[in-house]
Design a protein around this ligand. Structure first.
Ligand code: FES
Length: 126
């Protein structure tokens, strides 16, 4: 495993940041990948249009866990608009690269985050 992943990927896989659940989350996003069957959920707390807390739960692989861990670090404290701009390439670059067959795993992180933000915005409009 250590051959295909960078040290940073393994570090985030072994010590995932912000793993868990926010019970009273302001927004929740869940996405799945039909090919591998992995599922990712992201929870956010929002104040003054900024992500003040973020956590995730996943049944994903090493790359999915590492991607989401680093994605949560990248967007914590950011505005919702800034967080919406986070792409899978940003996530993969920050990890020092991912094998091509593992790029879809970093999609789970970015997509679940975007869904959580959309969920928050939808709730606010009610
Ligand atoms: Fe499915 Fe990585 S193999 S998320």
């Amino acid at each position: 495993m250590s051959d295909i992943y960078t040290k940073k990927v393994l570090n985030h896989f072994r010590n995932p940041r912000n793993m868990g659940e926010i019970k009273d989350a302001d927004g929740t996003g869940t996405v799945g990948n039909p090919t591998c069957g992995d599922v990712m959920t992201i929870y956010i707390k929002v104040k003054d249009d900024r992500i003040i807390d973020i956590k995730f739960k996943t049944y994903g692989c090493t790359a999915a866990i590492a991607s989401t861990s680093i994605a949560t670090e990248l967007v914590k404290g950011k505005t919702l608009d800034e967080a919406m701009k986070l792409t899978r390439d940003d996530v993969a670059n920050e990890l020092g690269g991912l094998p091509a067959i593992k790029m879809h795993c970093s999609n789970l992180a970015a997509d679940a985050l975007h869904e959580a933000i959309k969920d928050y915005r939808k709730e606010k409009k009610k």
